[in-house]
Design a protein around this ligand. Structure first.
Ligand SMILES: [Fe+2]
Length: 247
């Protein structure tokens, strides 16, 4: 781990290049054309549970950011995740449409799946850092995940088209997030840019960025490793009771 002079952009670059996440077997096998389509769809169904959960730790983090002008863009991000008031345009919904186009997967197919531990680890870790840790660590964590997802969206989108699973104009969700998440990442990092000049704050922000990047990379590794797994459930209920049972 190289020593850093207080420039957050350089730190992000150094973390991501050390992690080398684009060479993750998930993306490599897509690029090599050896990722079985059914396995890819199964892992994307699991990823859907991360997509639908992501705005919840983010909302918890927004509540911890001390000043309104600092938290504004995070609140906007949460609002966007909810389709800006129109749930049909919510990000979860564009992912449902993607699964439908990829493999004719509908909500009842999704609902039959058991949640994989890799996704529960991802979601629970995000809840943990956003609720219990310092807000700067949470911002570092979600910021680097948004940054990575911008590139990952571009990679996965291209490979879906290259593998001829969808045509360019049928592609949805990933083409949107390639651009949008670059902005979301910038919004997160601008919250802690000033704090990053202070060595002590820098330590906690770096901790969040390292953890988020490692967590997200491990998620894709785990999804790839268990791509042949097929687990279903008989109960029809939410995968998370993190905030109780809705009625
Ligand atoms: Fe985003």
């Amino acid at each position: 781990m190289k020593k850093n002079n207080g420039n957050i952009t350089e730190k992000i670059d150094s973390i991501l290049s050390e992690l080398n996440y684009k060479n993750n077997p998930y993306f490599q096998s897509l690029a090599d054309g050896i990722f079985d389509k059914d396995d890819f769809i199964e892992t994307q169904i699991q990823f859907y549970f991360a997509v639908t959960f992501f705005s919840r730790p983010m909302a918890a983090l927004a509540a911890k950011i001390p000043l309104p002008h600092m938290r504004l863009e995070v609140v906007r991000n949460v609002w966007e995740e909810h389709g800006e008031g129109n749930l049909k345009k919510a990000h979860a919904h564009t992912f449902e449409e993607l699964l439908k186009r990829l493999g004719n997967i509908n909500l009842s197919d999704i609902d039959k799946r058991s949640l994989w531990p890799e996704i529960r680890i991802f979601n629970t870790t995000l809840s943990g850092v956003c609720v219990l840790d310092d807000y700067m660590t949470g911002v570092g964590t979600l910021g680097i995940i948004e940054q990575m997802f911008s590139d990952i969206s571009s990679i996965i989108g291209k490979e879906i088209v290259k593998n001829k699973w969808l045509s360019e104009d049928q592609l949805i969700h990933y083409n949107l997030h390639e651009k949008l998440d670059e902005k979301h990442a910038r919004d997160f990092f601008s919250i802690v840019e000033k704090a990053y000049e202070n060595q002590e704050h820098q330590y906690y922000i770096d901790q969040g960025m390292w953890m988020g990047a490692t967590l997200f990379n491990a998620l894709y590794t785990g999804l790839f490793e268990h791509r042949k797994r097929r687990v279903f459930r008989d109960v029809k209920t939410l995968h998370s009771r993190a905030e109780g049972i809705p009625c």
